[in-house]
Design a binder for this molecule. Structure first.
Ligand code: GDP
Length: 479
């Protein structure tokens, strides 16, 4: 474990800006002297005490609640002190600075610094300690970040389930079954004569196929959970006035629209997140898909195309009321060929025929083929009246791979899905070995060992410092 994991740390735990309450949090081993310096008294564990937080001269910086959680019964597993003050940025900065100063100041009782080495925490460092001190496993730690970042209620609820350990419990069940099977196989390695008979009697084959079935079910739910976390990226393309913003508003209107600026995106691309059945859809409006002489606009358009290339689906919006205008139709063909050229073939393009209310003939055709008004590749609707929107929603969920919204989903990440895939591949190799004529038991044992390792990576039983760095650095400071 790196030395930095032993430093005492401090951070403002609440979001920047003004608020009713703001929290400064300290974690370290042995906080008693610091508590005395800041609060002028000792604190009863896990009891809120209202008191002044004092500066070095004994003047109150603010009054508030102090909470002291001696380790290991704390969030990080170390001693934790929480100071709940008024939520102004200056007050909190003063308190933070005061903590650092008090940590470095000499404790009159010992003649030593109150809390040597106290420093400002890195993002996610409190949670990283909780993980390193076995308060939570890695999947639970990730669920904390996912809960904070959740963009829909369903995502928040499933993150909350993962946080309580529901996902980890499934992984442990799989792991235990795997260990059982490994013990069986490895025992036979010692008695090569009876090996095959022994495995047959113990129904190794049945055990393995049960394991594969359980894994498939976990994977299926993890994929759905990942969908809740990541959502899908949908680009709306089409000519000006086709009704792109109207469609976005109509889709967002029925459900809670949450506008989340995604990190790294710039203002030249409009992205909104809406939800359908709790699945976040990040919708990108590409108003500017056209030839342009303007250099700035061209850069914007090039970026828009980059975004489109990374989309999971494209809605190509057509205006039914302008289908008899030659120029309009010609421009449609241009966009269509640009999409065909620039989009990978795997990305579905859904033709959306808008303004059905203004095209009675088309409406009649759509009605005639009732049920066929929507196909995987096309849907007829009116963003204004809302007719046909449900069909579009269904198609989008289908494209996303969303199956239903079963209770008991847990949030999952791409990292988990990859690990589960690796487990599945090793189990399949193992199953092939087991079925082969004269199976190579050492290879079988090796595949099972690799499967177990891949599984354990999810909960972080074996995890490199690099991986931890990647995971925890995406947290907010103070968490
Ligand atoms: P954008 O430029 O593609 O974003 O198009 P807008 O959403 O701004 O819509 C352009 C115009 O078409 C506006 O006047 C909308 O009110 C109108 N419009 C959009 N959808 C419909 C529809 O379904 N029916 C009718 N009649 N008008 C629509």
């Amino acid at each position: 474990m790196l030395a930095r994991h032993h430093d005492p740390i401090v951070a403002i735990a609440t979001a920047p800006g003004r608020g009713a309450v703001g929290i400064v949090r300290v974690s370290g081993k042995g906080l008693a002297a610091l508590v005395q310096a800041l609060c002028g008294r000792t604190l009863k564990p896990r009891e809120a005490t209202y008191l002044p937080f004092r500066d070095a001269q004994g003047q109150a910086i603010d009054q508030g609640l102090a909470l002291y959680f001696p380790g290991p019964h704390s969030y990080t597993g170390e001693d934790v002190l929480e100071l709940q003050a008024h939520g102004g940025p200056v007050v909190l900065q003063l308190l933070l600075a005061r903590c650092l100063e008090a940590g470095a100041a000499t404790d009159p009782a010992t003649g030593q610094p109150c809390l040597p080495g106290l420093r400002v925490a890195q993002p996610g460092e409190f949670t990283e300690r909780a993980f390193l001190n076995d308060k939570i496993d890695l999947a639970q730690a990730e669920a904390i970040a996912d809960l904070i970042d959740a963009s829909t209620e369903a995502a928040a609820r499933s993150a909350s389930r993962s946080l309580t350990g529901a996902f980890s419990a499934e992984i442990h069940t799989l792991r235990d079954a795997l260990i059982h099977l490994r013990m069986l196989v490895e025992a036979t390695l010692d008695f090569p004569e009876e090996e095959i008979d022994f495995l047959r009697k113990a129904d190794a084959h049945g055990q393995l196929s049960n394991l594969q079935q359980t894994l498939a079910s976990v994977m299926q739910r993890a994929r759905q959970g990942a969908l809740l976390r990541e959502g899908i990226k949908v680009v709306i393309a089409g000519q000006p006035n086709a009704g792109k913003s109207s469609l976005l508003n109509a889709l967002a209107g029925a459900e809670l629209a949450i506008v989340t600026p995604i990190a790294g995106t710039t203002r030249d691309k409009v992205q909104q997140t809406i939800q359908i059945e709790g699945v976040p859809l990040h919708i990108i409006d590409t108003a500017g898909l056209r030839d342009s002489e303007d250099e700035v606009e061209r850069i914007g358009i090039a970026r828009a195309w980059d975004e489109i290339a990374g989309a999971d689906a494209v809605l190509f919006l057509h205006d039914l009321s302008r289908q008899d205008a030659m120029e309009y139709i010609a421009a449609e063909a241009e966009i269509a060929s640009a999409l065909a050229q620039k989009l990978p073939q795997t990305i579905p393009v859904i033709d959306v025929w808008n303004k059905l209310d203004r095209a009675p003939a088309a409406a009649a055709i759509a009605a005639e083929g009732a049920g066929q008004a929507e196909t995987r590749r096309g849907v007829w609707l009116s963003a204004r009246t809302g007719e046909g929107l449900d069909g579009l929603r269904r198609i989008l969920l289908e494209v996303a791979g969303w199956q239903s919204a079963p209770e008991g989903l847990y949030i999952a990440r791409a990292r988990h899905i990859e690990a589960l895939r690796a487990v599945s591949a090793h189990l399949q190799e193992a199953a092939d070995q087991l079925q082969a004529q004269g199976p190579a038991l050492d290879l079988l044992a090796e595949e099972l060992r690799l499967a177990q390792n891949a599984l354990s990576a999810i909960t972080g039983e074996f995890s490199s410092d690099d991986l931890l760095g990647v995971i925890f650095s995406s947290f907010c400071i103070g968490k």
